[in-house]
Ligand binder design. Structure first.
Ligand code: 2RA
Length: 344
């Protein structure tokens, strides 16, 4: 069987990756609709040898569509969610708009695939930093519950969009030519610089990006008491995020056991050459499906602690691939229609 798929936000970095992945993964597409703002409508993109025209999204765009892959920002997702669900399509939303809503499953297929079954028409794709960390640490959590996570992130420009990726390149050239770098898309010069993530600051002093990791991880793991803190930083890297993760358990977690688990963990590639001092790097993670994990070591400050380092492609597994894997899961488990509401 094949399915009628719509990509909402087809011209963005994630939208473009969605298109590529639908083709690369031979996703069973019978019809593909590319939806964007009126500004982008009319341009064409090739898909499986066919030229598709990008359409301006409107109320009837979702009629006769089975799956909507949305990655156009939270306000667009909120604007169209009712039309999407009313049309009988399932929305896999990459924005943060619905992630913490109780009736919206927040899914990383390698971690909590069973959560997808409860969807009522909308499934949320977690934030990229949360996806990458969850894939890497859940295999350990399954063996010995994690009590506390301290995450430090080194986030690529792609998290701020395709135009931010272009801007950091231009800033680099400017600096190398002895000129002042321009920051128009990014809040500050990122080339040869870094800055704390510039999402909205809360009264606690944490920014939204950091609180996403805290709240989303607890929801995905079904662990409301999991203690987690994060410091998120934007760094001059193009499309792969890196994260330094410190884990605390109730008792020691043997490094060898962690290695053994991660070598066979879904969506993870262990990258550790201690003799060569070679470990995950963004240039190796970019364009890859897997989250690269390495530098697993005992926390020397805490007998119940474990340290690890990871790199993952923010556009791919951090967004587009996870969304498509959710769609594949829905097809596999015959979950494209919302679960019957108990007292419907
Ligand atoms: C960022 N996680 O990297 C955000 C984008 N989704 O800024």
């Amino acid at each position: 069987q094949s399915y009628r798929v719509a990509i909402l936000g087809a011209t963005g970095a994630v939208g473009t990756e969605l298109l590529e992945l639908l083709d690369q993964r031979n996703f069973p597409v019978s019809e593909l609709k590319l939806l964007a703002s009126p500004r982008s409508a009319g341009s064409t993109v090739m898909f499986q040898g066919e030229s598709l025209t990008i359409e301006a999204v409107n109320e009837s765009s979702f009629n006769n569509v089975d799956i909507v892959l949305a990655s156009a920002g939270g306000s667009i997702s909120k604007q169209w969610v009712k039309d999407i669900v009313a049309a009988g399509a399932v929305m896999i939303d990459n924005s943060s708009a619905f992630r913490m809503q109780p009736d919206v499953p927040l899914v990383v297929p390698e971690v909590n695939p069973e959560a997808a079954a409860a969807h009522q028409g909308v499934i949320a794709n977690p934030n990229c930093t949360t996806i990458l960390m969850s894939v890497a640490v859940y295999p350990l959590h399954q063996v010995l519950p994690i009590r506390r996570i301290v995450a430090s992130t080194y986030q690529s420009a792609s998290g701020a969009g395709a135009r931010a990726m272009e801007e950091v390149k231009k800033q680099s050239i400017a600096i190398l030519q002895g000129q002042e770098p321009k920051a128009e898309i990014l809040p500050y010069p990122l080339a040869f610089n870094l800055f704390p993530h510039n999402s909205k600051l809360e009264a606690s002093g944490y920014c939204e990006e950091e609180l996403k990791m805290v709240n989303e991880t607890r929801k995905i793991f079904g662990a409301p008491d999991l203690r987690i803190t994060a410091t998120c930083v934007r760094v001059p890297v193009l499309r792969a995020h890196s994260e330094a993760i410190n884990l605390e358990f109730d008792s020691p977690f043997a490094v060898e056991k962690a290695r053994e688990l991660l070598i066979q963990a879904p969506g993870v590639q262990l990258v550790e050459d201690w003799d060569a001092n070679y470990f995950p790097m963004p240039i190796d993670a970019s364009g890859k499906d897997d989250v690269l994990v390495g530098r697993i070591r005992q926390d020397i400050s805490n007998p119940n602690g474990l340290e690890l380092w990871l790199c993952g492609d923010q556009i791919r597994k951090g967004a587009a691939l996870n969304a498509i894997q959710i769609a594949e899961l829905l097809i596999e488990k015959n979950l494209l229609k919302p679960a019957l509401v108990a007292n419907s």
